[in-house]
Design a protein around this ligand. Structure first.
Ligand code: ATP
Length: 517
């Protein structure tokens, strides 16, 4: 097993063992691509959502929140284009019986070509040292130039075929490139078919009546669009302004094999920003930068994040970029920033027969606003954070079992539990009573944990494994002078402080405001 695959396996089992994520319906052997968040997972997820919500709604006077229903009128999905166009091209391997997304097989091939080019570039960089000119090398090195030419030709054809819905050509491309089943190497493929990703259900008493068919929303954005005027009028917002929403979305994904990266039920954090027509690119660039800063503020190393422009623009977009994260299985989409034009509002206006226009008093003009959207998956954010936070380290001066520790170096503002309160010994009533007192006071301010079981070292390890930034230990000196030791998770440094200082120390490091400043 590769090192990355091994790390990923460890991450999945850590999430289960420490109460972050459980497979759904586990006692019935699970339900594929659906997961439940355990006690610490629920806390971390809530904190991710709070960080996003506050950064949008609290930090911007011109962004307000919304919580629209999951069920919506079925015509909404007609207008949005999802009924006709929310499809993925699927292909089955006849030997392995495994199902794949045809577009992802081709994208995987293109990524391999990119990796080959990057390898050549790195080799040359080492050879030429400081005088290395990458752009020149890419142009003149025959091998790289050939890869690039091949890459561009495939991308061009792929983009055209995807845009035209030419499934036969997608299949032909897979055959010509001799793309094999990544798991078994077989090239025995079926034809490519379109597959609609929306889940549907029946509304009311009638069965199998097309008119009563309801969809589980595949994105939260449409709830924002159809409420655009309600929100604008009730909050007296002026363009440009945004509406933010966090909520569940459902997609019947064809391939869902990467833990919480691709789920059939997941949560999105979406913000639609309504702007004057013609100003959308200015705001698109603004939100691109703002969203990258949001990720970096959490301490994510810059080399783990990158922008990737879309090769295939969705039917509603005139510009689109992903923020990709270096997941344990490579760089993949974490967030999308899309310039959605006036597509959605105009379609709803047309199909509903209701005006969805804004009167711009400065321009003395009515128009349908353009929209720039930022859309990040809460679960993918969770996976990104856990995958960079989970670390195994050696502990200086420790022996045996204690010589290594597993620590979850989450940003303290997002950590599930902020502070653990630990009496040095379990059977000394003076110590446990005092520790309870400290705990009962601190719990007014943060989520804290009281733990008296096992040796103190074991208790530190348990808190490290769930990412608790501070542990406070009550010992015999505490009873004399009202001081405690406070241990910081990452440095493992211990400091002696007064009990009445603890709240301030923990607050300063764990408050969300630190992320905004
Ligand atoms: P992908 O190309 O990976 O299927 P997408 O381009 O369809 O993603 P969007 O429609 O842009 O995704 O959705 C916005 C965000 O919602 C994504 O950036 C991702 O974080 C999240 N998301 C989308 N689909 C899923 C899913 N099946 N499971 C978890 N999160 C998802």
């Amino acid at each position: 097993m590769s090192q990355q695959a091994d790390q990923f396996k460890k991450l999945v089992s850590h999430c289960k063992e420490y109460g972050f994520i459980f497979p759904s319906s586990e006692i019935y052997d699970g339900l594929s691509a659906v997961y439940d968040y355990g006690p610490y997972g629920a806390e971390l997820k809530n904190n991710i959502k709070a960080y996003w919500w506050q950064s949008m709604v609290q930090m911007h006077e011109n962004i307000v929140g919304l919580d629209s229903a999951i069920f919506m009128h079925p015509l909404i999905w007609k207008a949005s284009g999802h009924v006709d166009a929310f499809n993925d091209p699927l292909i089955d391997n006849k030997d392995s019986k495994k199902r794949y997304r045809a577009d992802q097989l081709i994208e995987g091939y293109l990524e391999k070509l990119e990796e080959k080019m990057a390898k050549e570039v790195e080799k040359a960089r080492k050879r030429f040292g400081d005088s290395f000119d990458e752009a020149m090398f890419r142009q003149t090195n025959p091998r790289v130039a050939e890869y690039q030419q091949q890459h561009d030709a495939i991308l061009d054809r792929f983009t055209q075929s995807m845009g035209a819905g030419n499934l036969a050509d997608i299949k032909a491309l897979i055959d010509e490139l001799e793309i094999a089943d990544p798991e078994t190497g077989s090239r025995n493929w079926t034809e490519v078919r379109q597959f609609n990703l929306m889940f549907s259900t029946q509304y009311g008493g009638s069965v199998s009546d097309e008119d009563s068919k309801l969809y589980l929303r595949p994105e939260t954005a449409q709830g924002i669009f159809v409420n655009f005027l309600n929100v604008q009028k009730t909050t007296r917002q002026k363009v440009p302004f945004g509406i933010a929403q966090i909520g569940k979305a459902f997609r019947n994904e064809i391939v869902a094999r990467q833990f919480i990266f691709r789920m059939r039920e997941f949560e999105q954090m979406e913000m639609q920003f309504f702007v004057r027509p013609g100003e959308e690119m200015k705001w698109y660039n603004y939100w691109k930068e703002a969203r990258m800063k949001w990720h970096l503020a959490l301490g994510t190393p810059a080399e783990k994040l990158k922008f990737k422009d879309h090769d295939n623009l969705a039917h509603y977009a005139n510009a689109a970029v992903d923020i990709q994260f270096d997941f344990p299985f490579g760089f993949k989409e974490l967030e999308g920033i899309h310039s959605r034009t006036d597509f959605d509002l105009s379609s709803h206006q047309q199909l509903s027969g209701r005006k969805l226009q804004y009167f711009d008093s400065e321009l003395n003009e009515n128009y349908v606003p353009y929209v720039v959207e930022t859309s990040v998956g809460c679960d993918r954010m969770f996976l990104a954070l856990i995958s960079q936070a989970l670390q195994e380290e050696s502990v200086p001066d420790a022996k045996g079992e204690d010589a290594t520790r597993t620590v979850l170096k989450l940003h303290p503002a997002l950590a599930p539990v902020k502070c653990a309160v630990l009496p040095l010994l379990k059977n000394k009533e003076e110590l446990t009573g005092k520790a309870r007192e400290v705990f009962n006071d601190l719990k007014h301010s943060f989520l804290c944990q009281y733990d008296e079981k096992d040796a103190i070292g074991r208790r530190y390890r348990r808190q490290d494994a769930i990412g608790t930034p501070f542990c406070v230990t009550i010992d015999f000196d505490t009873l004399e002078d009202n001081t405690v030791t406070i241990r910081e998770r990452d440095s493992m440094q211990q400091e002696r402080v007064r009990i009445d200082e603890v709240e301030g120390i923990v607050r300063k490091r764990t408050e969300m405001a630190g992320l905004f400043r």
